[in-house]
Design a protein around this ligand. Structure first.
Ligand code: ATP
Ligand code: MG
Length: 526
């Protein structure tokens, strides 16, 4: 184990002493060494990135610092004093404010109530609602966010909820601000807004810990980084001195050529004269999606590009029957169908992984194996259990295909790292052997190596005949995988184009053109 410490970035704001020093921290869960003698130093006025693959120990290190987990060995110093927090609220009281990977706000409270939870302004023995809303509004405005503080949190999309969680964290008078994958559900503009806020806080001397699987973001915002692998400290580095390729190698501990094998949805462009496996005409739902047509052929990957709120998730939910359409027709292999519920869709061999893994997917108290087999079991009916030998074989197969860690089918789902939970959800739907697979942000929160793995798995499944609807905020990924692309804006499809030599810039241009502009129609659609 190498432990290389380098001098921190020193600007006029920087005190020379770290505000936090974690030294040789170890935590084990059963026989998993989640952290093995890991150290972290945080200086005032820096953005410090915690880097590492899914399951490397990033969230665990943060939870050790903030008192969610107690440590088995090591020391934590805060402002030069030995200190250990025994609860997140104790950490917060000491000026350490955290936005965890899982949004832990209360969906049925208002935005303002969530932001000021536990710190509500009071008057006459009760909560001073008007003052609370005013203060929340002030913070939201300062972040450039146009969100009604009196609205109910749960009615907003996840991205907005994420921004509220961040607003809550920065509102507290924090010396240390910890952001564990805060950007995974934000789009470009929102990330920029967040980064503006972070730069301001950094200039004020706040120490910021930032976790993200998007390397561009790391290079844009972070000053220094600590790289973890498999629960051990690999190195502490200045970001500016570390080329990307080197960073990735430090994280994954092997060479990159495995990631390079990856190609686009292996060639065979479907023949449009055949019968589409799924065809929708005039699909719409008030407030969610305006009349949209879409045809999907066997073996085809159709990418959906568009900004947040463009209607991409709404389209996926309507295709799957998770929301019911007001108008429109759905035909599966030319037979008209009504998808009144996901159950109908599953019976017709459709599958859908939701972007909201917490609300719609994960059953934390069940094992990984049970979570993986959930959709298959539901589609067979609960009275026909899956034979044990089949269970074992399927679980084994997908644990390997997606490199799920720990590779223990009996591990409890809630104990897996965020990225590994996401892989289990994907496996759950692949196991049902669907004809149409609708993926909404399947690689969000997934590390760079696993992302390549998932992408090549999708390409392989398509080459074997599965049709895929692939939704992602990362345009590069959409381009790499798709045979055809649908561009959405303002809750409708504004363009459809076949993927011959389309570039990210082309997509961006279509997304950004004014709604009044002439619509573009691509070549493979008719
Ligand atoms: N409460 C727990 N019980 C058992 N194992 C746990 C628990 N919390 C974390 N682990 C294990 O510790 C390891 C590190 O997980 P951690 O969540 O810190 O990873 P991470 O680096 O944040 O990954 P990701 O990028 O996927 O979020 C994983 O193997 C995980 O399964
Ligand atoms: Mg994590």
């Amino acid at each position: 184990m190498t432990q290389t410490y380098q001098e921190p970035l020193v600007t006029s704001h920087h005190a020379s002493a770290p505000v936090i020093e974690m030294l040789d921290i170890s935590i084990t869960f059963g026989n998993v060494h989640a952290l093995d003698q890991v150290s972290l130093r945080l200086y005032p006025g820096e953005v410090h990135a915690l880097m590492g693959e899914n399951g490397a120990g990033k969230s665990t290190l943060i939870k050790a610092l903030t008192g969610v987990y107690s440590i088995d060995a090591g020391t934590i110093t805060v402002g030069g004093q030995r200190h250990e927090f025994h609860s997140p609220s104790a950490a917060q009281a000491a000026g350490i404010s955290t936005v965890y990977q899982e949004i832990n706000l209360v969906p049925n409270l208002t935005v303002a109530e969530n932001m000021l939870l536990g710190r509500e302004p009071r008057r006459f023995g009760g909560i001073h609602v008007r003052e609370m809303n005013r203060r929340a509004q002030q913070t939201l405005r300062a972040l450039g966010l146009d969100i009604d503080p009196a609205s109910v949190l749960g009615e907003h999309p996840i991205a907005v909820q994420q921004l509220v969680a961040i607003a809550r964290a920065v509102d507290v008078d924090a010396r240390v601000l910890i952001l564990d994958e805060p950007t995974s559900s934000l789009d470009g503009d929102e990330v920029e807004k967040l980064f503006d806020v972070l730069r301001r806080l950094r200039a004020d001397g706040v120490a910021i810990v930032f976790v993200s699987h998007f390397l561009d973001q790391i290079y844009e915002i972070a000053d220094r980084m600590t790289i973890l692998r498999n629960g051990t400290l690999i190195e502490e580095r200045m970001v500016a001195d570390t080329p990307r390729l080197e960073l990735v190698q430090l994280m994954i501990g092997r060479e990159l050529e495995e990631l390079d094998r990856l190609g686009r949805g292996s060639g065979s462009v479907p023949d449009p004269s055949r019968v589409p496996v799924l065809e929708v005409v005039g699909l719409s739902r008030k407030g969610a999606l305006e009349a949209t047509d879409l045809s999907l052929y066997d073996g085809e990957v159709v990418g959906v590009a568009g900004l947040l709120g463009s209607g991409r998730t709404e389209l996926a939910r309507l295709l799957f029957g998770a929301d019911s359409a007001d108008h429109g027709e759905i035909a599966i292999r030319s037979t008209r169908r009504r998808l009144r519920s996901p159950r109908h869709a599953i019976d017709r061999k459709l599958a859908f992984t939701s972007e909201d893994r917490k609300a719609e997917g994960i059953v934390g108290d069940l094992t990984v194996a049970d979570n993986m087999l959930l959709a298959l079991q539901a589609s067979r009916g609960w009275l026909r259990p899956i034979p044990q030998s089949v269970r074992t074989r399927l679980v084994q197969q997908y644990m390997e295909a997606l490199n799920i860690r720990p590779a223990d089918p009996q591990a409890l789902m809630r104990n897996l790292s965020g990225g590994n939970q996401q892989k289990v959800l994907l496996a759950r739907w692949l196991i049902t052997d669907p004809h149409v697979l609708i993926l909404d942000e399947p690689t969000r929160g997934i590390d760079i190596g696993a992302k390549a793995q998932i992408q090549s798995l999708v390409a392989e499944l398509a080459s074997k005949g599965m049709s895929v609807v692939f939704i992602s905020a990362e345009l590069e990924e959409v381009l790499r995988l798709s045979h055809r692309m649908v561009v959405m804006r303002d809750r409708r499809k504004i363009a459809e184009l076949s993927n011959d030599d389309v570039r990210v810039g082309d997509l961006l241009r279509i997304i950004a053109t004014e709604a009044t502009d002439v619509e573009q129609e691509g070549s493979s659609d008719d």
